[in-house]
Ligand binder design. Structure first.
Ligand code: ADP
Ligand code: MG
Length: 236
């Protein structure tokens, strides 16, 4: 199995916090692997995802992505790296309200020549690939051209997912994307996401506070199992 991501001795502390929030000695993710990460609110799940995305910097330690040390890069290089190699799905989706679904999905390519090239290597143009993804995620033809503010929560979430998948990044990071969905929609959504990830050998780190979802993943963890700081107890 090929390594995609490797975390080593990663320590993170928020400014002014008395103690570190995270200390992760070892964690790795293989190519095309799907990992589930669970933990109570405030345990540091989003913080860890932002470290992996290179949005935050650690006090010490490394994250290697395909062997490259993310934190050896400048801030601008990290932004570019994230845009090229990762796709994010947030709880609040972060879609642009005045654009339609296709336009929102195509945004993924605005900051990444690499994603654009990947799309154009197998699709006529960006719009055609955005449409294919939205249809694969079961959005109806008529909904594809609506402004995202005219879509349901479940539909918006699938638009956000299509945007993350656009250009087939090596890694998709999903931060509680299912918390607004009912159980049946949640299951259906996971199946669609898994199908697309498998098709393009995309790795997935999926965070939720709902432990019931863990069974569908290759590996499942509670953050406290990999975070050595967690045993000290939370600052509540
Ligand atoms: P989770 O995603 O597991 O709910 P977070 O990673 O969002 O947890 O937060 C973990 C801890 O870090 C919390 O105690 C929170 O208050 C703190 N925290 C989160 N964001 C910030 C920030 N921007 N500045 C300072 N502390 C923060
Ligand atoms: Mg969070």
């Amino acid at each position: 199995m090929t390594d995609l991501l490797r975390i080593e001795n990663l320590k993170f502390r928020w400014p002014k916090a008395k103690k570190a929030l995270l200390y992760i000695e070892q964690f790795h993710l293989n190519k095309a692997e799907k990992v589930f990460l669970q933990g109570p609110s405030g345990s540091g799940k989003s913080t860890l995802l932002n470290l992996i995305g290179g949005v935050l910097s650690p006090e010490s330690g490394h994250i290697r992505f395909q062997g490259e040390n993310i934190f050896a890069k400048s801030e601008a290089e990290r932004d570019q790296f994230r845009g090229d190699h990762m796709g994010f799905i947030f709880q609040s989706f972060n879609l642009l309200p005045y654009l339609n679904s296709i336009e929102n999905v195509c945004l993924a390519c605005d900051f990444s020549k690499l994603k654009t090239e990947r799309v154009l290597s197998r699709s006529q143009n960006l719009e055609a690939e955005a449409k294919r993804l939205l249809e694969a995620l079961k959005l109806n033809e008529e909904d594809i051209y609506k402004k995202v503010t005219d879509l349901s929560i479940g539909q918006r979430q699938r638009v956000a997912t299509a945007r993350a998948l656009m250009g087939s990044p090596e890694l998709i990071i999903a931060d509680e994307p299912t918390s607004a969905l009912d159980a049946q929609t949640r299951q259906h959504f996971l199946n669609l996401l898994f199908t697309e990830c498998e098709r393009f050998q995309i790795s997935l780190i999926f965070v939720s506070h709902d432990p019931a979802l863990g069974q569908y993943f290759d590996r499942s963890y509670n953050l406290s199992e990999i975070n050595q700081e967690a045993s000290v107890g939370l600052d509540l």
